[in-house]
Design a protein around this ligand. Structure first.
Ligand code: ARG
Length: 469
């Protein structure tokens, strides 16, 4: 006699229920209930196909579909009671379906397994996230491009080694992130394309002896085609890994911008202001205005990259096909993807909110002999010096200016001529930061007219995408 407490979904050969600790380590419903909408959608597609193929009766297929709609309504209404004894979302849904419609529910699991079920659900989940993420990343790009257009000519120091290097414009700096995010979106689109094959019908691992039609279930669920190999279909999670890797790279990009916002917000830099909407105070130091949102956006990359690493380690060396190890794919993924979405939304809010302070940016841009390269280029252009030589001459002029405690613009012509007699007063035309940025009109350079053009083009493209074009 089978113990009544043995699992009713697979307990036929079992005589007693699992140990409590077995149930605890085995159950996934606590987190995989997030897959319920996808599980139900996939089950409906499967049942309809079984009905069409005459594997179950049309009547049973219809009852299953209406029953699944009721289960979904219960879940949405918060009335559904998930049970740990039923292990996971798949068995919870099916068990409730049985309570609601009786015998036909028991026919739903024909020609499938939880292995192809969970692989399908998770693909649908990740695909849905990718589509949403693409939109939120585009919104961030648009916020950046609009801010960049508004400040296409605003001069700030460009840094290398975090030392003032050459003047750039604030718009140019922001547009750099627009390009990074474009590549993140491209990577997501690539991941989506490879992800979009349907595992359903691979069954446990080997396919099925029932005359199923995998093309129609794939199509009904918005997949491009069924997965071509049943073992691969149930056992790989590379679609998650690719998405997590992309998410980690995107989070890394956000962390760089976030770090710059933190830096720019310091009184020492004072390059930008964030309003009360995106800052917090200190409970002890009344003067403080802290960029907490930026700091959190900077930190999120940690858990996102860790999720990638965690799943990669779960997968490493795992023999084909399914093993319960694969149940460990979900929690870090759910957390990582939600974290990125949150960080992107908060960053968009900050970008909209932040206002640059022109004066400190300009002062900083003029410091550190930031137009030395312009001087070196002038010596090449006007006097025909080889660049290596002009670099050396410029270095000596910088040293002279430093010794006198002035910037390059403040150094008298005679002082320059003592180093290179052929220098004329014409040199001063290239020493201002305005002329410096204006002169960098090469493709992709910081000249305000370039930046305006790029920003405008991106805004146009992004607004069109937003309208669904
Ligand atoms: N909860 C399981 C998972 O997330 C579903 C698949 C279970 N399959 C099995 N053969 N026990 O992976």
């Amino acid at each position: 006699m089978t113990d009544k407490s043995a699992n009713k979904m697979w307990g036929g050969r079992f005589t007693s229920s699992p140990a409590t600790i077995m149930e605890e380590i085995n159950a996934s419903v606590g987190f995989d209930k997030a897959l319920a909408p996808y599980d139900i959608r996939a089950s409906k597609a499967h049942a309809a196909m079984l009905g069409r193929q005459g594997i179950i009766s049309k009547e049973d297929a219809r009852k299953i579909a209406t029953g699944l709609d009721r289960v979904m309504a219960e879940i949405e209404g918060g009335e559904f009671v998930f049970s740990r004894a039923l292990e996971d979302v798949h068995m919870n849904v099916e068990s409730r379906l049985k309570e609601l419609i009786g015998e036909p529910a028991a026919r739903l699991h024909t020609a499938r397994s939880r292995n192809d079920q969970v692989a399908t659900d998770f693909r649908l989940y990740v695909r849905h996230w990718i589509d949403g993420a693409d939109e939120t990343l585009a919104a961030l790009q648009l916020a950046l491009a609009r801010k960049a257009e508004a400040h296409s000519g605003l001069i700030m120091p460009g840094f290398t080694h975090l030392q003032p290097a050459q003047p750039v414009t604030f718009g140019h700096h922001l547009m750099a992130y627009v390009e990074m995010l474009a590549r993140d979106r491209g990577r997501l689109a690539g991941a989506r394309e490879r992800l979009n094959e349907c595992p359903l019908g691979a069954a446990a691992l080997a396919g099925t002896s029932f005359p199923i039609d995998r093309d129609t279930t794939a199509e009904a669920l918005g997949f491009d085609r069924p997965c071509a190999n049943s073992l691969d279909a149930v056992s790989d999670r590379d679609f998650v890994l690719e998405t997590l890797a992309t998410a980690a790279i995107a989070a890394m990009h956000l962390s760089r911008l976030a770090d710059e916002i933190v830096l720019w917000m310091t009184p020492q830099f004072a390059f930008v202001r964030l309003s009360d909407k995106f800052t917090t105070g200190s409970s002890i130091m009344p003067q403080k205005r802290n960029p907490d949102a930026a700091e959190l956006a900077r930190a999120k990359v940690g858990r996102i990259a860790a999720a990638f690493q965690s799943l990669l380690m779960v997968m490493k060396g795992l023999p084909l096909a399914y093993a319960k190890d694969l149940q460990e794919d979900k929690e870090p993924t759910f957390d990582a993807l939600a974290s990125l979405s949150l960080a992107v939304a908060a960053t968009t809010g900050m970008v909209d909110d932040l206002e640059p302070n022109a004066e400190p940016m300009r002062v900083a841009a003029s410091s550190g002999f930031s137009t030395a390269t312009d001087l070196a280029d002038w010596l090449v252009r006007t006097l025909g010096l080889p660049f290596r030589e002009s670099h050396h001459v410029t270095g000596r002029i910088v040293a002279a200016a430093e010794a006198q405690g002035v910037g390059l613009e403040g150094l008298p012509l005679e002082a320059m001529q003592r180093i290179e007699p052929r220098i004329t007063k014409d040199v001063f035309s290239v020493l201002s930061v305005e002329n410096s940025v204006k002169s960098r009109a090469s493709y992709g350079g910081t000249a305000p007219q370039n930046v305006r053009k790029m920003a405008k083009a991106w805004i146009k493209r992004l607004e069109k995408q937003q309208r669904g074009g």
